[in-house]
Design a protein around this ligand. Structure first.
Ligand code: HAM
Length: 434
């Protein structure tokens, strides 16, 4: 029988030797979310298909071409989430979160699924860190959210990241804008791709982010939304910019940013990495004041963003930014003979209960091979246990950094205390000598 050793196209494994990179990012996201008062929201990996059709929009590429949709055995149409916002909004509604003190601030770390053509930075299963905030129209909230994302990229030490912002207005001013777009693109109707000819009638803003090169060229000269903003939207956008200025967050206004999902209103933004090729948007988001109502709730302003974790990792690699490796093994206890193996197991277990990372031989290696393995683990200390040590009740603890050796009692409690003291002493001296 053939071995099944190939993962599906567009997916990636995160191996044990690399997972610390993900965990470092995840810890940083959680820490940043906490600083802004965001709490974690977990929603199912699949939802009813019509949530995305209605939420993300049935004229978007995501809904028209990219969803993983299937019928369950019970005949329901289910879709793997292509993004996190619609599911978060559904949970907001389903649990009546509008009754909690506003704003509600939720973050998530999730896998998403889009049937796209895989390439560097574009996967079919990818991961997002997202933040969603419900219950405020205030431009200070837009700037706060954008600042949270900017802080993350700053803390990672990323350079060469641009923040581009735009306002795409509200349904009121958008009606005028749609009219202008229909007029403009109507002049090129015969040249547009089939999808865009359809979109022209249903949602002309979608033509602005068509990926077909010729359509893209036509779109470049289309009327820009900023010329059509109503007074309220213009004032709101000015407010966002003023708060960003006072937060010291640098940005450029790019009137061509419309985002590929239908729910956005007013502020939209993207962080773009200059180092990872074509799939360069590492983070995107904006305000979506109509989504909760579109899904059947009472009007509820909202805003959010999501950052792509794989694209962030690519950017870190491209910029040579190293993620700190996890702390190495505190102690490797090598052992010879049955009794010594058992004692090593007992001592390691006691140390682990005290929060140490301790290892002994569970493979059956000889002593030399055990010590080689201890080197591979970069163990900070080692100890060799044989019959002599067991009968004498003491062992020699070796500091693998400087070769120093000290006697240490093998009685479990005394051993644990002495080891922790030796470790702290070494850490203190190392820190003091720096
Ligand atoms: P999005 O722009 O579709 O927005 O995706 C957000 C981020 O996810 C992108 O900037 C990118 O880094 C990453 N991403 C998207 N597709 C892929 C892919 N195929 N492979 C790898 N990474 C990808 C949203 O999803 C919105 N829900 C963001 C949002 C939250 N807006 C308001 N709240």
């Amino acid at each position: 029988m053939a071995l099944i050793t190939k993962k599906p196209r567009g997916t990636e494994d995160v191996l044990p030797r690399d997972s610390y990179r993900w965990q470092f990012l995840e810890d940083l996201f959680r820490d940043e979310a906490r600083a802004f008062g965001y709490k974690e929201l977990r929603t199912p990996v699949f939802e009813h298909t019509n949530l995305f059709e209605r939420g993300v929009g049935d004229t978007t590429d995501v809904v028209q071409k990219e969803m993983y949709t299937f019928l369950t055995k019970g005949g329901d149409s289910i879709t793997l989430r292509p993004e996190g916002t619609a599911g978060a909004a559904r949970a907001f509604l389903e649990h009546g979160l509008h009754n909690d003190p506003l704003p509600i601030k939720a973050y998530y770390l999730t896998s998403c699924y889009r049937y796209e053509k895989p390439q560097a930075g574009r996967l079919r299963e990818f991961h997002q860190f997202g933040m969603e905030c419900y219950g405020t129209q205030n431009p200070a909230a837009d700037a706060e959210l954008i600042t949270a994302a900017a802080n993350i990229f700053d803390r990672l030490g990323l350079k060469n990241i641009r923040l581009e912002i735009n306002s795409i207005g509200c349904p009121k001013c958008r009606a005028e804008y749609h009219k202008a777009l229909k007029e403009y693109f109507g002049g090129y109707k015969d040249e547009l791709c089939e999808d865009c000819r359809d979109r022209l009638e249903r949602n002309p803003m979608r033509l602005l982010d068509c990926k077909v090169p010729h359509d893209h060229e036509i779109a470049e000269k289309a009327p820009t939304v900023l010329d059509y903003l109503c007074d309220e939207c213009r004032e709101h956008f000015d407010g966002v910019k003023a708060y960003l200025d006072s937060n010291g967050v640098e940005y450029t206004v790019n009137p061509t940013i419309v985002r590929g999902l239908d729910y956005y209103t007013k502020t939209v933004f993207e962080f773009i990495s200059g180092d990872i090729g074509a799939q360069s948007t590492i983070c995107g988001g904006g305000r979506y004041d109509g989504l909760i109502e579109d899904l059947g709730g009472n009007p509820m302003p909202a805003l959010g963003f999501a950052a792509g974790i794989e694209r962030l990792l690519l950017t870190l690699d491209a910029q040579g930014i190293e993620i700190p490796e996890p702390a190495p093994c505190d102690i490797y206890i090598a052992s010879m003979g049955d009794n010594a193996h058992k004692k090593a197991s007992e001592l390691c277990n006691a140390l682990r209960k005290s929060g140490m990372y301790a290892e002994f031989d569970v493979v059956g290696r000889g002593l030399r091979a055990q010590m080689k393995y201890a080197d591979k683990l970069k163990a900070k200390f080692s100890l060799v246990l044989g019959d002599d040590e067991l009968s004498g009740g003491t062992g020699r603890l070796k500091n693998m950094d400087n070769g120093e050796q000290v006697d240490i009692p093998l009685d479990t409690d005394a051993f644990t205390q002495s080891f922790i003291a030796a470790k702290l002493d070494h850490e203190y001296k190392t820190a003091a000598s720096k």
